[in-house]
Design a protein around this ligand. Structure first.
Ligand SMILES: [Mg+2]
Length: 352
């Protein structure tokens, strides 16, 4: 808790050493890999997702058919929108709500968005019709994970400025989701990326205590769930998923999902669980994130971003890195160039 207190009293944290270029690339590419592994089985029950990860991650069989493509590696809206967020941060040097909202609207208008959620699609339509970015978001109590799934670049860009990280994660969330729990989920994911960038040995309890302090600035209930996760990390996935699938939901609520739903609290908690259970093993993290069933392109995208930021791209499996693609564009080399360009822009003023 000491670290959190020192952060509250200061707008800037001195990171030494600075996060590496490879960690930034790892975050972006790790997100895309998780997303691409989960996408073909999004919405399916645990037994199908378990078979899928066994085939893709354990046996290395990469012949999924997804959206009519026979090659593994297509990622979805989660990572398309994260990439756009990083592009926007590089272009403006800070989070710029109008620019990012414009990018969301353009991606949807282009027809190139893959596997989009209903809430974000509806908001993109409103944005295209000229509704202001701070008024277009779906109101509470709709609380999907659409603004948490894309937020990882905020964790990179504001890694040493917790207050700015919280503000930017919140602001980007409200473009599509007005519910406070969505903003809190976005702070949790961006915050986890920022904490992962510190590297070193990682133990869940202090990690989650510091993260929950940041989330508390937005929503106390979600902050408590994040804090409580430290007592769930040691549970098996079967046991943990029964708790987490229901975290933050009203008693008696029955959803249609088997596994982890698209509700922001349960999916963000599951991504944190997947990362913190095996911080030194990217494949295991993605396996845990997907095998649970449900909204698994998103749980794995968020967990992949955290794991990639922690481990750096050099520790990600090369054969999976080489496959990520967005309809033939924005594969490994373009994503690497973008993350390196962003990293250079970020580090230059900090080296002076
Ligand atoms: Mg998706």
């Amino acid at each position: 808790m000491l670290a959190a207190q020192s952060i509250r009293s200061s707008a800037q944290v001195v990171l030494s050493p600075l996060p590496s270029r490879e960690q930034w690339v790892g975050c972006l590419v790790g997100q895309c890999i998780g997303d691409a592994v989960g996408a073909p089985v999004e919405g399916l029950p645990p037994k199908d997702c378990q078979k899928h990860v066994e085939k893709v991650l354990r046996q290395g069989i990469l012949d999924d058919t997804f959206l009519g493509q026979s090659r593994f590696g297509q990622y979805t809206d989660d990572s398309q929108l994260a990439r756009e967020l990083l592009l926007s941060l590089v272009e403006h040097g800070q989070f710029h709500i109008a620019d990012y909202a414009g990018r969301i609207a353009r991606l949807f208008r282009s027809g190139e968005v893959v596997g989009a959620g209903k809430a974000t699609a509806e908001v993109a339509r409103r944005l295209s019709e000229g509704v202001a970015p701070d008024e277009a978001g779906i109101p509470a109590p709709s609380a999907g994970n659409g603004s948490a799934m894309r937020v990882a670049p905020i964790g990179l860009w504001y890694a040493d400025q917790p207050e700015a990280l919280i503000a930017a994660a919140k602001e980007q969330s409200r473009i599509t989701h007005q519910d406070n729990r969505c903003a809190a989920g976005a702070v949790a994911v961006a915050g986890a990326v920022a904490l992962a960038l510190r590297g070193g040995s990682l133990s869940p309890e202090p990690f989650l205590a510091e993260l929950s302090e940041w989330v508390r600035a937005v929503d106390q209930t979600v902050a408590f769930d994040v804090y409580q996760l430290s007592s769930w990390v040691s549970l098996s996935p079967d046991a943990a998923s029964t708790f987490m699938a229901r975290a933050g939901l009203c008693p008696g609520y029955e959803g249609e999902w088997q596994g982890i739903s698209g509700y922001v609290v349960s999916s963000v908690l599951w991504s944190l669980y997947s990362f913190l259970r095996s911080p030194s093993d990217f494949l295991q993290t993605i396996e845990t994130a997907v095998a649970v069933g449900g909204d698994v392109d998103t749980t794995a995208a968020m967990a992949g971003a955290m794991s990639g930021a922690y481990l750096s791209v050099t520790k990600l499996p090369v054969h999976l890195c080489e496959r990520v693609t967005d309809q033939g564009r924005w594969g490994l080399s373009e994503l690497t160039q973008l993350a390196e360009r962003a990293h250079l822009a970020w580090t230059e003023p900090r080296r002076r």
